[in-house]
Design a binder for this molecule. Structure first.
Ligand SMILES: Nc1ncnc2c1ncn2[C@@H]1O[C@H](COP(=O)(O)OP(=O)(O)OP(=O)(O)O)[C@@H](O)[C@H]1O
Length: 263
């Protein structure tokens, strides 16, 4: 079993010569075998959390720690985190001309294997084909440059394809459902559900309970004001969908202004 733990994390970002505090004492503990979901109002720091876990240097860690299997990863560059089993499916995946999807995935798969034991070509192609089929993608898409000319929904499928091929211990899926039509949502969810098991954990960041109808989470966390303020089961997401965030905030006695509220 692997664990990923975020401990009392404070993170800020440089914004117009000012250091803006985003995460304010965030705690989260996950183990492989578990699916966690984070929901929270706009601007509360969900994407900041995922980028910080993956090692984006734009975000400054003021205090706290991030531990993978009990070891601090704060000093690790992004590639070391990826090789150790962390994976981030981005909200806005980048286009990289000149590198095909298949080449990119093969390099990522090999980076997780010992140097003298690269994945045999036949084995890789066979698995790639079956993964593409699962996600209703074509082999032609694997030969195209990374994400280039892909529609929003195709990019999201492509992120899931990479995840399934790379087999991370922990995948952070940041708004993987945004911009997906209903069929694509089912396809993407199928991919995540196929990964479910003792060697895989996921953190789903989403605004919509709908995704959680397809990928049932073990834990739902509510993030407000830069930290997790409540944790529950799948019913918490249903409650939020019905009631919104203000009611929960008031119930918890939190002094937090939501983005759409007047000052
Ligand atoms: N590079 C940056 N420069 C300036 N401000 C930033 C930067 N990155 C994040 N922020 C600010 O930090 C806050 C948190 O942003 P973040 O994207 O983490 O929120 P979020 O909870 O993911 O929001 P959403 O639900 O809208 O995607 C926002 O006010 C945002 O403007």
């Amino acid at each position: 079993m692997s664990t990923l733990e975020v401990k009392d994390l404070y993170v800020s970002v440089q914004d117009n010569n000012e250091e803006k505090q985003i995460l304010k004492g965030l705690n989260l503990k996950m183990s492989t075998g578990e699916i966690h979901a984070i929901m929270g109002p706009n601007g509360t720091g969900k994407s900041t959390l995922s980028s910080t876990i993956m090692g984006d240097a734009k975000y400054h860690i003021n205090s706290g720690d991030i531990l993978l299997n009990g070891e601090s990863i704060l000093d690790w560059p992004v590639d070391q985190r990826a090789r150790a089993g962390l994976f981030l499916a981005m909200q806005y995946p980048a286009e990289i001309p000149g590198v095909t999807n298949a080449e990119f995935v093969k390099a990522a798969v090999n980076a997780r294997r010992p140097k003298n034991d690269p994945v045999p070509m036949g084995e890789f192609m066979k698995e790639l084909q079956s993964t593409l089929k699962t996600l209703d993608m074509t082999m032609e898409m694997a030969g195209r440059y990374l994400n280039q000319g892909f529609s929003g929904g195709e990019k999201k499928r492509n992120e899931i394809m990479q995840m399934m091929m790379i087999k991370p211990s922990f995948a952070i899926l940041d708004e993987i459902d945004s911009g997906l039509d209903i069929d694509a949502l089912k396809v993407v969810s199928r991919g995540v559900n196929l990964m479910r098991g003792d060697n895989f954990g996921a953190l789903l960041i989403t605004h919509y309970q709908r995704l959680l109808n397809y990928i049932e989470p073990d834990f739902v966390h509510v993030m407000m004001g830069g930290k997790i303020v409540k944790t529950g089961d799948a019913s918490l997401a249903k409650r939020l969908e019905n009631e919104g965030y203000a009611k929960l905030r008031d119930e918890l006695g939190l002094d937090i202004k939501l983005v759409d509220e007047d000052a």
